[in-house]
Design a protein around this ligand. Sequence first.
Ligand code: NAD
Ligand code: TDX
Length: 380
Amino acid sequence: MNGENDSEKSRETGGVHEFWADPTSWQFSRVSGKLPAMRSIMVTGAAGFIGSNFVRLLVNRREAVKLLALDKLTYAGNLANIGDLLKSHPEQLAFARADICDAGEIERLWELHKITEVVHFAAESHVDRSILGSGPFVQTNVVGTQVLLDVAKANKVQKFLQVSTDEVYGTLPEDKPEEKFTEETPLQPNSPYSASKAAGDCLVRSYFHTFGLPVLTTRCSNNYGPYHFPEKLIPLFVTNLMEGKKVPLYGDGMNIRDWLYVEDHCEAIWTVLNKGRFGEVYNIGGNNEITNRKITETLIREMGRKWDDSVQYVKDRPGHDRRYAIDAGKIKRELGWEPKHRFDEAIKTTIQWYRDHQDWWRNIKSGEYLKYYQQQYAGR
Ligand code: NAD
Ligand code: TDX
């Protein structure tokens, strides 16, 4: 580590190094001899799937912002997801291992990095795990969000973006394809995961109405792409097929999700952060409804396998939502965002990424993961 250097510090946090460039050494561009206000964004959950893709997008595009990637590094967080960026862009990107429920630590990091904005991805995110046990979901998704809101309020945050999900709206009928989730659809969460996300969303809303906190909320449909943890449908199925294993398809396989490439989601979040109106919710979706069965057929075909050798129908997920579909008209009309990637192409890019990054997912699919996999699928 680089603890000897005046402009960089490091320390041990629970066996993992926290490291950052000293904010006072950052190269601010000078205008009329004054320091311009520099945007410094705390990105929570930045070592997870979508958070790491968001950080990557901003760093690669050389956006004029400082980023503090903050993550507890739970089973789902992986420093390898942003390790190359931390090395190549130490002046722009810093990492801190921290729990969003730890108010003192969030406060300390806020001051150290002179945070001006928050993009809040950190969450327990897997529906099946929330069915096995909901405690960590309430802790992180509700209490953690409340802690962040309080620190943000005390420090007069300039923008706070809550990254949420279409699952807070509940489920849609499959025989009424014209029905989609709009921002006005009532919240009717059906899983402990979506209930905890809805509770977090309600807290965010309340800090706008009660305290005038400058908040924004996005609700997105299912994402896919690089760095997706292999417990979720697409990366689990792709990697199982690469390992020569069967894929566990829940129920009749006819549940519908609205799939969006992760980079499109990250672009949408960046658009809302820059152009969104405070207190508003923006739905984000791919206009791309596909049944799980169709997804499975596509993956099997792309990977040169046969259906009968590859698919194991298993007992359905309890409370399994039948259909999600997003009406993303508002974000298109008001902010000009729409998806750029087509599913048939982006799914190939995604499969290729898993072919090219076998060390990444084979490392994950060992140890603790195996215990979860056995608990989740044994006897179904
Ligand atoms: P993920 O599970 O891959 O990543 C979550 C990250 O949060 C992990 O790195 C984890 O270590 C971190 N984290 C968990 N608890 C923490 C805590 N207490 N303190 C600090 N960090 C903590 O999830 P994801 O798929 O990247 O989802 C990110 C966000 O986007 C979530 O809020 C999720 O609800 C939302 N979302 C996800 C999808 C999707 O399809 N994956 C769709 C819509 C919305
Ligand atoms: O092994 C499986 N077999 C299966 O048939 C798994 C893991 C899933 N499924 C089905 C269940 C769902 O109908 O595939 C569909 C997608 O499942 P997940 O990948 O677990 O995603 P989902 O439950 O739809 O939730 C995801 O999208 C919304 C994310 O995990 C959430 O974090 C996000 O908010």
